[in-house]
Design a protein around this ligand. Structure first.
Ligand SMILES: [Zn+2]
Length: 383
């Protein structure tokens, strides 16, 4: 699988200045290329290179960097087209879509820039990189990262890395191609129910509370309201920083939960059954008071963290239809709305089985995981 590994650069003030000047230069060049592309209606790489390459070289960019800049612009237009096609900018004729199509794509002065192996080399043992800049090649730029990340980089780094600056810090984001171990045949499944009060509940009865995350979101929301009311430039900047902080916190929470679930499944030789998230937006829409608390992307993120950690550990993952998992009895299968006398309680009106509502749902998901695995592998055997 493709994996991105981020390390933090620790440049000296002089090195940081050179990196900053470089990002400014390449993004200025990207804006030039973007304007040419827009004016000429040309967004194919080869054609665009023909009309902009000479200019970029003349502006002092190296051959590799000039090509990276052109590719970056081409990729940005490809992404914009895909977003328009997917309806992410609204329907045809919507103001947002019109605005996006009415002018060249613009790059921020400090937008991320990809570097290939000729412009960036890694000295992993020494924890340094050597990187091309407009002030010449910088050697011995220190970086730091966990032992795990360095190991992954050493074994699997491949292709380009992005140079990124954020909140005054510098990062390299490298792509690694990590081979997946074979998926072990599971001996049963851990079912995972996703929710708001409990972000994730397993069929073993482990509840991963959303309390910390919900508290942070609540605080952020209040602060956001105050800052938005202010509307000043510094308030806007602070808002942006806060939003990123909240997203980081949520991502970190999801990482921790995903890791615990995958570790437990691996330890017990089981697979993981997850709800098919296609319908989660509809289901969640029903819970109005909590709607603002929920970011459905957060569920998708948790699902994808579990999926990739599981793939790395050779743990099977099955996605199951989540319909009625909250109303069905995980003991006798009886489905009834009245099985749920309260938000947290499940009590079967037929057999009397009682359990925490989320745990009951997770047990249903686990059972569907077993069935789903059997069906998909019966098909394999028949083929
Ligand atoms: Zn029952």
């Amino acid at each position: 699988m493709k994996l991105v590994v981020q390390v933090r650069l620790l440049p000296t003030p002089e090195q940081a200045a050179a990196l900053e000047a470089t990002l400014h230069a390449v993004n200025q060049a990207a804006n030039l290329v973007s304007q040419t592309a827009f004016a000429a209606g040309v967004t194919r790489e080869y054609a665009l290179r023909k009309i902009t390459y000479g200019e970029l070289k003349a502006a002092g960019l190296g051959a590799q960097t000039a090509q990276r800049v052109i590719k970056k612009v081409v990729d940005a237009y490809t992404t914009l087209r895909a977003n328009i096609r997917a309806g992410n900018l609204g329907p045809q004729g919507s103001p947002r879509r019109k605005r996006a199509q009415s002018k060249p794509i613009a790059f921020r002065p400090s937008a991320a820039q990809p570097f290939d192996d000729r412009c960036l080399s890694w000295q992993l043992d020494a924890r340094t990189v050597s990187i091309w800049t407009t002030a010449g090649r910088l050697r011995g730029v220190a970086f730091t990262g966990s032992a795990d990340r360095i190991k992954t980089l050493t074994a699997y780094r491949k292709g380009e890395s992005d140079l990124v600056t954020r909140d005054g810090m510098w990062f390299l984001i490298a792509t690694c191609e990590v081979p997946d171990p074979p998926v072990a045949t599971p001996d049963g499944f851990v079912g995972v129910d996703l929710g708001i009060a409990n972000i994730a509940t397993t069929s073993d009865g482990k509840r991963h509370s959303g309390r910390g995350l919900n508290a942070v979101r609540h605080r952020q929301r209040e602060l956001r309201a105050r800052l938005q009311a202010k509307g000043t430039k510094s308030a806007k900047r602070l808002l942006k920083k806060r939003r990123r902080k909240e997203a980081r916190f949520a991502a970190n929470t999801n990482h921790v939960i995903a890791k615990q679930i995958v570790t437990e499944a691996e330890r017990t030789g089981r697979g993981i059954a997850l709800e098919d998230l296609g319908g989660i937006r509809d289901r969640v829409r029903l819970r109005k008071p909590q709607r603002v608390t929920l970011h459905s992307w957060s569920f998708h993120q948790l699902g994808s963290f579990i999926a990739y950690k599981a793939a790395r550990a050779g743990v099977a993952v099955v996605h199951v239809d989540p319909a009625y998992t909250s109303q069905a009895c995980s003991s006798c299968g009886h489905v009834d709305k009245r099985n749920r006398p309260g938000q947290e309680t499940f009590a079967c009106t037929s057999c009397g089985f009682a359990e925490h509502a989320d745990v009951n749902a997770a047990r249903n998901i686990a059972a569907r995981g077993v069935a789903g695995w059997a069906v998909s592998h019966a098909a394999d055997d028949a083929a």
